[in-house]
Design a protein around this ligand. Structure first.
Ligand code: AMP
Ligand code: ZN
Length: 115
């Protein structure tokens, strides 16, 4: 599996940086954002290092589908009952800060800090 030694999310996957995990399987990891915008704010990431959504191709379609399919299940498990937002920031103009593909899933009662 692709791993980037300088990548903060690869370090989380490897257990070198602690995280509050919400879900894990062979292919995906979900953990709570360290700086949440909403009462529930998790990040869903592939365990294989892929820098951005623009670096994916047809070979990633199943993994991307699984990331999206995990969102409603996780929100249900975390008690979010009134809707949520799913966001993937891509590249500089997309506001991406961490260059390991991740999907934000944000929910819980408003107001939220951002968004
Ligand atoms: P983005 O702008 O989409 O790249 O967002 C990166 C997100 O990663 C931000 O919401 C950060 O709060 C979050 N983040 C950065 N470092 C960590 C960490 N060590 N644990 C959990 N979330 C993190
Ligand atoms: Zn990585």
């Amino acid at each position: 599996m692709t791993h980037d030694a300088n990548c903060i999310f690869c370090k989380i996957i490897a257990g070198q940086i602690p995280s509050r995990k919400a879900y894990e399987d062979e292919e995906l990891l979900a953990f709570h954002d360290i700086n949440p915008w909403a009462p529930v704010h998790v990040l869903i990431i592939p365990k294989a290092h892929v820098a951005t959504l623009s670096d994916t191709g047809p070979e990633h379609a199943a993994m991307l589908g699984r990331m999206l399919a995990l969102a409603p299940r996780l929100m249900g498990e975390l008690g979010v009952t009134n809707g949520y937002r799913t966001v993937i920031n891509t590249g500089p103009d997309g506001g991406q800060e961490v260059y390991h593909l991740h999907m934000h899933v944000m929910g819980g009662p408003r107001p939220w800090l951002k968004g």
